[in-house]
Design a protein around this ligand. Structure first.
Ligand SMILES: C[S@@+](CC[C@H](N)C(=O)[O-])C[C@H]1O[C@@H](n2cnc3c(N)ncnc32)[C@H](O)[C@@H]1O
Length: 231
């Protein structure tokens, strides 16, 4: 595994200003935080995919610093964000936690889903810009656990997945080693085709719908979103 993973999660955010929320999670273009319009596009797309409404309780898997999570919690009853980066969870707790409405927990997301400590009745779940960083077997376990251990969960939005078929549009003429596309520790994580994604979800638990972001979204040309709907 590429050890940069640890500097990306654990060290890079500490090099940013404590209020540079998008820089901390590398939501940047040419080193600059993306615009509010880009963030709004993400929120609209995920809220639409989740059919998020004011009664929903949301689980944000790999919530990072909570800056994105908070925009979803404002549209529902609130919920819980889980992430294993101590620094990012501390930023989330300092800036976005609200007692009983929005909480942030420091834990590995797969471990959390396998043995959830929170009794909250989550109705929707989000995993944005993060699924590709989970080890393959761990990610499969998590998808199963989301179905088995969260019976009220109706929809899961897994956003910003790198599309294996479109990898050349990202790397251009730079030769790409096959193992790079399968490395959860690389800068982009594991690249998967939609067919590979469906195979790992399995057909007996979730129906999968795919979506693309509007063309003016900065990563629309090489990423897709998936909505899992409980069968
Ligand atoms: C690119 S950031 C995205 C954060 C947030 N979802 C957003 O879109 O702003 C990826 C996040 O995944 C988290 N992460 C990766 N693997 C994880 C794991 N196994 N358990 C918990 N968090 C994990 C990292 O700590 C990091 O905060």
């Amino acid at each position: 595994m590429n050890m940069d993973k640890f500097s990306f999660y654990k060290e890079h955010p500490k090099s940013c200003d404590p209020k540079d929320f998008w820089g901390q999670v590398k939501r940047t273009v040419n080193g600059k935080p993306v615009s509010k319009e880009q963030i709004d596009m993400i929120v609209e797309a995920a809220a639409a995919g989740l059919l998020l409404d004011s009664e929903d309780v949301l689980l944000d898997i790999c919530c990072g610093n909570g800056a994105l999570t908070n925009l979803f919690f404002e549209r529902c009853r609130g919920g819980l964000g889980v992430d294993f980066s101590e620094y990012l969870i501390s930023i989330a707790n300092q800036n976005f936690a609200k007692e009983t409405i929005s909480e942030y927990l420091l834990e590995d997301v797969v471990e959390f889903c396998l043995a959830p400590k929170s009794a909250a009745n989550f109705t929707k779940a989000l995993c944005y810009g993060s699924f590709s960083y989970l080890e393959h077997a761990q990610a499969k376990k998590m998808l199963k656990a989301l179905y088995d251990n969260f019976p009220h969960l109706k929809r899961v939005f897994i956003g910003n997945l790198p599309d294996r078929k479109l990898i050349k549009l990202f790397y251009g003429d730079t030769p790409v080693e096959p193992q790079l596309a399968n490395d959860p520790g690389s800068a982009i994580g594991i690249w998967r085709t939609k067919e590979q994604f469906v195979e790992m979800v399995g057909s007996d638990r979730w129906k999968v719908e795919f979506r693309r972001m509007p063309e003016n979204y900065y990563a629309a040309h090489y990423r897709y979103d998936a909505v899992l709907i409980r069968l």
